[in-house]
Design a protein around this ligand. Structure first.
Ligand code: ADP
Ligand code: MG
Length: 603
């Protein structure tokens, strides 16, 4: 088996490309095993699939931090970055390991199991025309690929990381390099542990998000996820919202804690409102050291909600927001192929809540105004029974008090949300301050009048307080937020007619499903094209679950359970080489299902 992969390849030089297929198999290079799982049929087909693997005993770093599931995710991410920077530094373009971003995601590219460490590669086997370039292929597969395995699993030296700045590339013998790399790995794993502990702490303390003092929220540019340079103003918490947490590692963090409930972010245009909200959106994922958002942590189900006119909607109960449409359409099971701004935002919201979002993140920039608010004069001019929309400002509190769903809202253009806010945060030149009292005074609200306000506020209540807006609609919202009706896709809903592999990611923002395309461009918490691939795999997986009885949420829960038990490999049917796939959140899988124009429901 160690065999003569090299001599085989050299002997194939100049022969027709199809002859590459005979190199499938398993080869040993010292401690490194190389598996060639699939060979492309021609130079233009998708690349060939190979894996590199070593046993635990051979790893050049401490393996005690690679036993727990969450540690394995972080350690895999570290090794993934090591491999990537090695390929980049050495310009090994034929070998593809996948491209890491600023977040740590669970992915198939590098996996750690009880036996050892494995990386899944895509390799473009070289050709001139349709002839095999055998000597080059031998260099790639018998020199470059094993070298990559050594770099990742034996040296594990992340030379381009922040820790190593422009330090030495590689030191094969020195203990120093070895220690540096295992320290870096340890730090990477520890950061991830701390981030998850902080996220758990949020849940225990009834907090929705945490933004650490010193965080750098703005990005370098609209098309870069890297931190802004020295012009960035570091985050500082308003003193009233400041919270200090000491983690079990001994790390102590101070920053702004956003409590559950309704939080409104105000401030002048260009003062950094959307930037904070976007950081919270991303805070559902842990960020790598040096990103600036390491300590921006949001509870994991938080979902960004926006208007998305033109999307399809299938059987959503949007009646809490929209009723009595002039067409007579039943909005308790609302279906359209072309939603308006307000109906699309209502659909996005009820779908998020359906799959268990406990907090919503909403920016005025991407909202439909008529979904959000209606001012007093308009209420006077258009009688309620002539207006199908109950604006979000009237629903935001019952959503919290009856469904436990919190909201963080950016609203710089209207004071309408002051009276329903537990907290109002004003940004002035990127510096936040809490202005809740002032905002409540302006609209004449006593905090104790807010349903679900904290007991402390309630004690401070004075008898002469104004009435809350939500009371106008208290009668109907009671029922509306009571029991969501499960949506049950038909058994064939996800079985498109096409016989071939039915779902396929097309970049970050689109999934091809049979002959249809699912547009995910508006799904802002979908951040990595490999997650889109994960969504495509999840849709295929769910096609097998739907049986005219299983609800959409039950099917998603089944997918989550499987992912927790088997990892992302399970999504792909545990093929030897599953390709490059990342774990999507259930929210984003649901987003794809909900935007699928072929979705059909039972009854
Ligand atoms: P708003 O939503 O309040 O209009 P944005 O969040 O869009 O403002 O921010 C406006 C600009 O300011 C953006 O170009 C953003 O990158 C930049 N910016 C945001 N936060 C900071 C900060 N903390 N330091 C420096 N620049 C920032
Ligand atoms: Mg904005």
């Amino acid at each position: 088996q160690r065999s003569n992969l090299s001599s085989t390849l050299r002997s194939l030089d100049g022969r027709s490309y199809g002859n590459y297929k005979q190199i499938r198999g398993r080869y040993e290079f010292g401690p490194v095993t190389v598996f060639i799982d699939r060979v492309q049929v021609d130079p233009f087909a998708s690349p060939s699939k190979a894996r590199i693997r070593i046993n635990r005993a051979e790893a050049g770093f401490p393996t005690d931090i690679t036993t727990e599931r969450e540690d394995r995710i972080a350690a895999s991410d570290f090794l993934f970055r090591v491999g990537n920077s090695f390929l980049h530094r050495n310009d090994r373009r034929a070998i593809i390991l996948g491209r890491p971003g600023q977040e740590v995601l669970e992915r198939t590219n590098v996996v750690i199991d009880d036996e050892g460490f494995e990386a899944r590669l895509l390799v473009n086997l070289p050709a001139r025309g349709r002839r095999i370039l055998g000597h080059q292929a031998a260099d790639i597969l018998t020199r470059d690929v094993p070298e990559l395995a050594q770099a990742m699993f034996v040296h594990a030296n992340l030379a381009t990381s922040a820790q190593a700045s422009d330090g030495p590339t590689r030191d094969d013998s020195g203990n120093d390099a070895q220690d540096d790399s295992s320290d870096a790995l340890r730090e990477h794993v520890q950061l991830h542990r701390d981030q998850l502990e902080l996220q758990n702490h949020l849940g225990e303390e009834d907090l929705l998000a945490f933004v650490g003092n010193g965080a750098i929220l703005p990005r370098r540019s609209g098309d870069s996820d890297l931190p802004m340079d020295s012009r960035a103003v570091a985050f500082t918490s308003p003193s009233s919202l400041e919270h200090t947490v000491t983690l079990s590692s001994g790390r102590s963090l101070t920053g702004m804690a956003i409590p559950r409930g309704v939080t409104v972010i105000v401030g002048g245009g260009y003062h950094g409102k959307s930037t904070i909200l976007r950081a919270l959106e991303r805070g559902v994922y842990p960020h790598i050291a040096g990103d600036g958002r390491e300590w921006v942590i949001t509870e994991p189900s938080a979902t960004s909600i926006r208007a998305e006119d033109g999307r399809a909607v299938t059987g959503d109960d949007i009646s809490p927001f929209i009723n009595n449409l002039p067409s007579g359409t039943d909005t308790r099971a609302f279906t359209t192929t072309n939603a308006s701004g307000s109906t699309s935002q209502a659909a996005n919201l009820v779908e998020a809540v359906e799959v268990g979002a406990r907090s919503l993140l909403i920016d005025e920039d991407t909202s439909a105004t008529n979904f959000m608010i209606r001012d007093e004069r308009m209420r006077a001019l258009i009688p309620a029974e002539r207006e199908p929309i109950t604006p979000f400002v009237d629903r935001i509190r019952p959503l919290f008090t009856r469904r436990g769903v919190s909201t963080v809202l950016v609203a710089g253009g209207s004071s309408a949300f002051f009276e329903v806010a537990d907290h109002v945060i004003a940004l002035d030149a990127y510096v936040p301050q809490e202005v809740t009292e002032k905002a409540h005074e302006l609209v004449g609200v006593d905090p104790a009048e807010l349903e679900g306000a904290s007991p402390a506020d309630r004690d401070a209540a004075s008898p002469a307080s104004p009435v809350n807006r939500e009371d106008e609609s208290a009668d109907d919202s009671g029922d509306m937020f009571a029991a969501p009706r499960p949506r049950i896709p038909t058994a064939t809903a996800l079985r498109p007619s096409s016989k071939t592999k039915s779902a396929k990611a097309k970049g970050l923002g689109q999934v091809q499903f049979g002959k249809a395309f699912i547009d995910l461009a508006a799904v802002s918490q979908l951040i990595d094209p490999q997650q889109t691939t994960g969504i495509a795999e999840a849709l295929e997986y769910m096609a097998e679950i739907f049986d005219d009885r299983t609800s959409l949420t039950d099917a998603l829960a089944e997918v989550e359970d499987m992912l927790d038990a088997q990892g992302v490999d399970g999504l792909t049917g545990n093929r030897d080489h599953p390709g490059h796939v990342s774990r999507p959140r259930p929210q984003e899988i649901a987003a794809a299902l909900n935007r699928f124009r072929g979705l059909r429901l039972v009854e």
